[in-house]
Design a protein around this ligand. Structure first.
Ligand code: LLP
Length: 453
């Protein structure tokens, strides 16, 4: 798996304003009277009304991204499932948007599945994966009648088959294969396929053994193969290379078992822009590489073209979201650095301290002013590593300003914590000049809800 960071612009004051940062922002972002607006809502007013820290999601951008995936994959081949990876951001409202946009939902745990059930998501469009699904989670999947389960190891296959056979059903499964391609942001490298906790490697024949076992087990309906080569991927040829490997394996499966693979799922991973210099591939380019690649490789081996699936997470929600904070203390250490502390931090965005991720920020109430100072945006938690943006170019900050960190829609709320007994921020969805809480801010009562005293 790659380390999901992005390229880092040099730390320098710049003349950039909110206008220059628009490639990182939701598509509805605009600047009116010096304020940042998203979805027709003034972010400064919103911060004052709804309170900070606050995650803000632009519904139009989310829907647009999902529609782009549907359009540019099915443009090349009619049978493609766009399976949104809920781990990037999952709320009940988000789940309903995914259903309305004709997409499927990828769940990584029983908890994510519970969201799908609660939201009334069509269960035949739910896919569940994970390298160690518990027996309880497998039962939950069968109870909910999920469409597909991505199986990851032999024990799980045996267990799932027994549970399904007990109910007199055959569960559709994909077998997760490690194609031996580890993608990083800009290139791919071949790795030892055995060295992954996910799936079955090809090198020692484990993947073939898994296919044969799945075909033999009475409770399983072997539908096809699954891969996922990493996240925040910029180099599309990593996918092309992995697809070559996977289709060659499909051909081997047909030769050894006579079975044609009905589904090939290439996973997620398309990169997004966190900084202005980042130029990720578009969904259109991704769709073409994946679908044309699978078609061409199948033609090469004389195989029927299977149904396909893609599993985007980050690229659906990252740039649709921002986080709003209120600036608190400002500490200047002459000749060293200025710390601008905000009312959140590593509890709502762990990615800076965990991955060294870089974000861009601006002051929402000074959005038309140049970002002419360099400061470090720090959180309020008891760790020196609690940094939101290191060396941020920013408009001159003052206590009470509304600070907006861009491209925080993916893997921020979903990886949040209650460290220091911090309450998690709410998640607001904005659309057509209206806003609503999708998730309300936690209260101290919420913190103690599970504490039995
Ligand atoms: N499918 C599978 C099987 C996955 O494991 C993942 C992400 C996805 C799809 C969606 O990938 P995406 O399109 O979002 O790249 N916490 C890290 C990212 C971990 C991704 C894990 N798997 C981060 O904050 O960068």
């Amino acid at each position: 798996m790659s380390t999901p960071t992005s390229s880092r612009p040099p730390a320098a004051a710049d003349r950039m304003t909110g206008y220059d940062l628009r490639s990182l922002m939701p598509m509805t972002a605009e600047i009116r009277d010096g304020h940042l607006w998203i979805g027709g809502v003034d972010m400064v007013e919103l911060a004052h009304e709804a309170g900070t820290a606050l995650y803000v999601m632009d519904e139009a951008t989310i829907r647009h991204q999902l529609a782009e995936y549907v359009k540019w994959t099915r443009y090349h081949w009619p049978d493609v499932d766009v399976v949104y990876a809920g781990k990037a951001l999952l709320t009940l409202a988000m789940t309903r948007i995914v259903a309305e946009e004709d997409c499927c939902l990828l769940c990584a745990s029983g908890g994510e599945l519970a969201y799908a059930v609660r939201a009334g998501f069509p269960m035949e469009r739910v896919q569940v994966h994970g390298n160690n699904k518990t027996p309880a989670e497998l039962t939950e999947c069968l109870d909910a009648r999920v469409g597909r389960i991505v199986v990851d190891n032999f024990e799980e296959m045996e267990r799932l088959s027994a549970l399904a056979a007990d109910r007199g059903v055959r569960q559709r499964v994909l077998i997760r294969v490690t194609p031996g391609i580890a993608a990083d942001t800009h290139d791919f490298i071949m790795t030892g396929a055995e060295d992954s906790k996910f799936g079955f490697g090809l090198n020692q024949g484990l993947a073939m053994q898994a296919v044969k076992r799945a075909l033999a087990l009475p409770g399983l309906d072997f539908e096809g193969l699954h891969m996922h080569i990493g996240s925040q991927i910029f180099a599309l040829r990593s996918y092309a290379k992995a697809i070559e490997v996977m289709v060659a394996f499909m051909s081997q499966i047909r030769a050894e078992t006579g079975v044609s693979v009905r589904m090939l799922d290439v996973g997620g991973g398309l990169g997004v822009a966190y900084g202005v210099p980042d130029e990720p591939s578009t969904v259109q380019e991704f769709g073409k590489v994946v679908v044309d690649g699978i078609k061409a490789e199948c033609e090469k081996y004389g195989l029927p073209v299977p149904r396909m699936a893609v599993e985007p997470g980050r690229s659906v929600v990252a740039n649709a979201g921002v986080t709003l904070y209120t600036v608190g203390s400002i500490k200047q250490i002459p000749g060293i650095r200025t710390y601008v502390a905000v009312d959140g931090g590593m509890t709502d965005n762990i990615r800076t301290s965990l991955y060294g991720a870089h974000y861009e920020a601006l002051i929402a109430n000074k959005a038309d002013k140049p970002r002419d100072v360099v400061v470090t945006v720090a959180g309020k938690h008891c760790e020196s590593g609690d940094i939101v943006v290191r060396d941020a170019s920013l408009q001159s900050p003052e206590t009470g300003d509304v600070l907006c960190v861009l491209a925080t829609g993916a893997y921020c709320q979903s990886m949040s914590s209650n460290y220091n007994k911090q309450v998690r921020p709410g998640v607001v969805f904005v659309r057509d000049g209206q806003w609503r809480f999708s998730v309300r801010r936690e209260t101290y009562e919420d913190l103690m809800r599970t504490d039995l005293g």
